[in-house]
Design a protein around this ligand. Sequence first.
Ligand code: NAD
Length: 510
Amino acid sequence: MLPLSYRACAESDLTVQTIGHYLDGALSLGTSGLSAPVFNPATGAQQAEVALGSIADVDAVVASAVTAFESWRGSSLSTRASIMFKFRELMDASRNELAELVSLEHGKVPSDALGEIARGMENVEFACGIPALLKGEYSEQVAGGVDVYSLRQPLGVVAGITPFNFPAMVPMWMFANAIMCGNCFILKPSEKDPSAALFMAKLLSEAGLPPGVFNVLQGDKVAVDRLLEHPQVKALSFVGSTPIARYVYETGSAQGKRVQALGGAKNHMLVLADADINAAADAAVSAAYGSAGERCMAISVVVAVGAVADELIPALTERIAKIVVGPGTDPKAEMGPLVTRQHCDKVTSYLDGAEQAGATILVDGRDVSLPGDGYFLGASLIDNVTPEMQLYQDEIFGPVLALMRVDTYEEGLALINSNPYGNGTAIFTRDGGVARRFQFEVEAGMVGINVPIPVPVAAYSFGGWKSSLFGDLHMYGPDGVKFYTRNKVVTSRWPDPATSSVNLGFPVLK
Ligand code: NAD
């Protein structure tokens, strides 16, 4: 049976094999004639092609969005909110279908995909309430007859460039707020799993969003580079790896654009001697191996203080042994394949080099083998990892958990703070005083206290520190509203009709 979004594509003039763009309210193959293969990670088989946008394709999408902006910026807040409410209802009704689609292209099991859809929809719900956040300020009578007030206005055409690992959630981090603030949005999804973007475009259209307000541009570096230089693209939101985040931030800023670029991560979980071992082990296993470790907030290092490592190891290995690895089509599967053959090979290479570097592999994911050509790798646990090892220095982005041993809280904190990344971090302890000290001292943008993956709810904003974020505003929540609007301050003078010598043309009551 054809994947669902491919059936959606076939409703237009597209062939079922090619996933196209969504431009001006319709599916389009664009003009480049170029495409890239899309694989099913669970089988290794190619299941489609995705169109790769050319410079002309980017220009066509931007032109459509510029035209749509003329009327969208004048739409009432209640009209925008009713469309977003409707979109939320449609997403709710079709979340299983979307989860199946995400699983087909990304590989994560449907329960993981449903999780990302739910977390993404929180941002849609937040965006429905944006009218309350778009209120300006007002100072009456700053001088005789003079008032001053501020307005928040949309930027115009804005673009979002998103990674493969959350093809539904990360776009929702961006477009829900951008559109509700009155902007027109161009989404450039990852070419590895491009269909979720089209699925959501279809639902936005069904919800009543006018053509050109939300667009999908498929593509690679060519498309991104044109978005970065296009004079009518006013802002760019990026989520992906650190080298590309830095490039997008530097290039877009040099073009005078507003840019927020979220990068990679290496998230540590500090476990103190007084921690609840079972709770810490449950947390570490779900945070390290959920979605096969392909999460920017995944825990990739457990930093164990004192003798706690020796207590943690049996608790971790016992849980790891129970993880069921398999394709998303298997209802029993808890961990799916990695996204591509190349990525699977890269993650495996860290295991290949671990013991030679002096680490101890306690659980080896290479031992897990499934029939067929899927990109499966089991969960791995590596002990005695030290800071100079490659497997510590790189973001592995796979189901590999490193265990590092330190003698004190201070040593663990110093290790975390000296890492170049600062996305998320967590502490497990029963001591509120130490937890409070940790939140004060640790250098990371998102901190969990007995919570392994502290992704903020939509009423707060998401962002790391150091090499995990380039720009000043975090993503979604209140920072998202600031990012997608600009402030205007009006100073107005109106003559007092009671004292004015101006002939107003009608009698004034005195
Ligand atoms: P990636 O950087 O390879 O790709 C991200 C996007 O950039 C894609 O749309 C891709 O098409 C585009 N791109 C890739 N190379 C480019 C180039 N040379 N020039 C211009 N554009 C380019 O990232 P990925 O592999 O898709 O995603 C995984 C990475 O994303 C990990 O590093 C992960 O930590 C990070 N991530 C970070 C967050 C966060 O919130 N900080 C969230 C999710 C993922």
